[in-house]
Design a protein around this ligand. Sequence first.
Ligand code: SAM
Length: 253
Amino acid sequence: MRERRRPVPDARSPRLARIASAERIELVTETAGSLPPVYGERWIHREDRTYRSFEPGRSKLAAALVHDWKGPVPASGEDWLYLGAATGTTASHAADLIAPSGRVYAVERSPRSFARLLALAQRWPGLLPILGDARVPREYAPFVPEVRGVYADIAQPDQVAIVRANAELFLAGPGASVVVALKTASMGRGREASEHLADAERALRSWVDLAPSVRLDPFHRGHYLVGGLARAELFGGRGTLRVRPLRGPPRAR
Ligand code: SAM
């Protein structure tokens, strides 16, 4: 009988793993939610754990991890703010990664996508959908506590400015994480993708210590993952990362 291949833990996040076969290395997250699959992804049972294939063709975060992303990745116990959650493809994997005690505050402005995200959250502990516009973070501020990371994938030309406004309001302090999926096709015509990347990096560098950016081709053409750790400049020079009392709803679900 052929040996069932074991998931090998990935050093970048405790609930992230890889399953190697002759054909490929498959990225997986240990699931926090229950069946059915969110977007048709494979579910894999090994010993007493259940994993979900984290598909690089469907998720920019997965594509970046396949391309050796060295920047921040959501980790067990952390709270993250996710801008542009859509129907929850990547947000569900982020919720896997922060389980069992972290939370993903998932902002989406399209009511149609939000309805599906809301249904998904019924079977995904730690995933908290918010119907809102990432350009107006004060509107959802009553529902979001300080967070350890902001992840943004909203395909807007001024996305970096939107991320900064959210980071100022919600990031816990210097050393907290910022990750942005850049869709250069949405950032203006007549310029190379690499020029849009350079602009975004320049804008972020004034308040983020950037990890090397990763190009996401061939999985997502003309996209990059950019990000790193917030610097004190974002917080007007205030001290090291500290955990303040939550302003959000009680944690027990
Ligand atoms: N992150 C998703 C994933 O990997 O599963 C895909 C996100 S899709 C590329 C971009 C999403 O951002 C869309 O669902 C869109 O409705 C949402 N969006 C765009 N502008 C937004 C804004 N200002 N506030 C909140 N959501 C926004």
